[in-house]
Each structure stands twice: as C-alpha cells, then as structure tokens.
Design a protein around this ligand. Structure first.
Ligand SMILES: [Zn+2]
Length: 389
C-alpha cells in the first residue's frame, strides 16, 4: 500500500528512519507544492544520493510526479517534483452553530468537492451527530474515493475544544472523546480543534500570518473569538480554550450573552449583535450573512452599525495589543465581505487605547484566504498530525 510509511513504528532502525524522512518529504511538498531534489535535500539535511533514492521510491509508487524545470541563472535547470494529486485526499469539516461545511482537497491542495448546509443545528446533539456520521461516508462514496486514500479528517468546531484529548466540550460532548467515536465509525484518523484555532492554523500555513511569529487572528462570525500565535506557536492555553475574546467584559449594557453572562464584547460586536440591530431597525429577522449581503448591495444602511462595531472591536483589540505586542492582526471570519470598510474604524478604536509604539508596530490586515481559512487550517492540521516525524 502506497501510504505504508505513515505507520509509525516504535523501534528505531533504518526502516523507521527512512519512513520519517518520507513523511517529511510529503509534508514539504504539500506546503511548497513543488521542489527539486537539491532543494528537498537542503530542507532535510540529506545527501543528494539519499534524497534521490527516496524520490525514486516515491516515483515508483506513483506518489510523486515530475512537475517542471526550475528557472536557473546558469547551467542545467533542476527538475522539480510535486505530489501526485489523486494519490491522497484530506477532508476538512467546519461545524458552526447553524452551519455545516465539508471540503475535500487533493494532495495539490485543490478543492475537489465542496458541500455546505444551513439545515444544521449543532445544539441538537443527537441529530447533529447522526448527520455528521452519515454525511461523510455518503459524500466519499458518491465521489468514488477509496478509503485508503483518505489521509485524515480535520474538524473545526465552535466552542470549547481540547485538541489533544479530542474532546469537544460545548457541543457534541459524549462519554468518550468525539474523535474516538468518529474514527471507529469512519476508519480513518480524525482530529478536532476549535474553529478559530484552525483559522489561525490556516493563516499561519498559507495566509497573511505565514512566517510571522506574533499574530492575533480575529474570527468575526455570528460569534467573536481570537486565536493567538505567540513566538511562532499557536497559543491554546492550559485546557485548550484560549482566545474566548467575545466573552471579555466590554459594556455595562445589561445585555445577556449566549454564554449566560452580561455585557460581553460579543453582545455588541458579532453577527448576533448585527441581527439584533437589524431587527430593531426593520422589525424583521434575518441571519447576519443575509444582512451583510443586503448591506453590500446597498439595500440596508449598515454604515453606522458597522462603524460602531469596528470601533468597539478596535478598543478591545487595543488591550490585546498592549498585552501581547503582536506584529500583525488578521481580520477574518464571515464578516470578510465588509471587513475592508470596517478596518478604519477598527484602527481608530485601537489608536484610542493602545500605546502608540505598540500600535504603530502592528499591521492590521484583512484575511486574503476569505472564509476558507478555517478549512485550510483543518487540512494543515491533518497533514501536521499524520505526517509528523
Ligand atoms: Zn459571553
């Protein structure tokens, strides 16, 4: 079987050392898309004959293909290699309060299948679990993807999640870790994390936070959370719950938050807060994404609401900037379509309260990955876990 080198044997020997090197090659090619043998050898600190031998073995298994020739200033141009796209797939899933999203990517990071449903309520535990259990084999079967080609499934879940233990506490919480049930049912490795942590994982692997060491990733959706990259590492916290930014105290407004407390930042900065403001203005009830779509088309005057939200978000981010001294804040989540117009209000809010030196050292950027960042993070998580040395 082509993926046999994924099996991590405990004993230390030539075979297990070679398998670890092979896992590294696949991981490097997933991130860089194509590399020449000398480049691979440099990354892996291998001699060229050893690197060539490993690449040839992969070629025989049909795992690698020759991608092209690298431009070179002189002499022979080295051939580059890429992963054979249809030799493996990773499934990413996002479970939010009222939405279910599933993507399948191939080894070239191309999305080969997308599915989205709003007819999903994560709070309805049994129905949500049954839906999740059934939809994955249904979709995989309809795409004719053999199970041995699925490297793993990465799931981002809203709420409190302990990535290491595979337990989701806020939703889909059972007697045993959620990952145990899903792995037993699907027969492939399953990894879970909080949806905002995966967003940061995506930004750090493929987006604005690539090669950055200290970053705050904002996930402004129906709720609000942040993910912190500190000294190059995702900061999960003691129990894995770090980043509950939406539930810090922000206003004496007596408004009840979904967490059961009053005055949380999420009661004034979130899709939920937008829904409340929309209903107060129009007397109608709409999900926040539909309200944002109306605002984009000029069919709902949201300028003042979004300005106020942006400024308040900036004021609260100022606290984090003073505490953590980040080099970058990435603004992401479902609000991305209007984020560029909110950016100035956010910067205004930050400059009101953050120390000038810290604020001027910190860039504020809107995510270029769109609302796909979390999904890309799910793929990166699976690759990291399955292909770790
Ligand atoms: Zn709250």
């Amino acid at each position: 079987m082509a993926w046999r080198f994924l099996e991590k044997t405990a004993e230390y020997g030539t075979q297990s050392k070679q398998n670890a090197q092979k896992r590294k090659i696949i991981r490097l090619l997933f991130h860089h898309k194509e590399l020449s043998i000398p480049e691979l050898c440099q990354f892996l600190e291998l001699s060229v004959p050893t690197g060539t031998k490993l690449v040839e073995e992969f070629e025989e298994l049909n795992m690698l293909v020759k991608a092209g020739k690298r431009e070179s200033s002189g002499g022979r141009r080295p051939v580059t290699y890429a992963l054979n796209s249809n030799m493996g797939y990773v499934i990413g899933i996002e479970l939010l309060l009222r939405s279910f999203k599933l993507n399948i990517v191939n080894l070239q990071r191309e999305v080969v299948y997308e599915y989205e449903s709003d007819a999903f309520d994560i709070a309805d535990k049994d129905a949500a679990f049954r839906f999740l259990l059934n939809i994955v084999p249904e979709i995989v079967g309809s795409r004719n993807i053999p199970q041995e080609k699925i490297l793993g499934i990465g799931i981002g879940i809203t709420g409190r999640v302990n990535h290491k233990k595979g337990i989701s506490y806020s939703y889909l919480h059972f007697e045993h870790p959620l990952t145990e049930y899903l792995q037993a049912e699907w027969g492939v490795p399953v990894f879970i994390d909080n949806d905002t942590h995966l967003l940061a994982w995506g930004e750090n692997s493929f987006g604005a936070a690539q090669n950055k060491e200290n970053v705050i990733c904002v996930n402004l959706n129906r709720g609000l959370a942040v993910s912190l990259i500190s000294n190059g590492k995702l900061h999960s916290g003691h129990s894995g719950f770090a980043g509950e930014f939406g539930h810090i105290f922000a206003a004496d407004n007596n408004r009840l938050c979904v967490c059961g407390k009053k005055g949380c930042l999420e009661t004034i900065v979130s899709g939920l807060a937008l829904e409340t403001a929309y209903t107060a203005q129009t007397g109608q009830v709409l999900p926040y994404k539909k309200i944002l779509a109306l605002a984009e088309k000029g069919q709902f005057n949201s300028a003042e609401i979004l300005n106020n939200m942006g400024e308040q978000l900036g004021r609260s981010l100022a606290v984090l900037i003073d505490l953590l001294n980040p080099e970058l804040v990435v603004l992401g989540g479902g609000f991305i379509p209007v984020m560029e117009s909110m950016r100035y209000a956010i910067i205004r809010g930050i400059s009101m309260h953050s120390l000038p030196q810290l604020a001027s050292d910190c860039e504020i950027k809107v995510s270029t990955l769109g609302d796909n960042a979390g999904m890309l993070g799910a793929f990166a998580m699976v690759f990291e876990q399955v292909l770790s040395p």
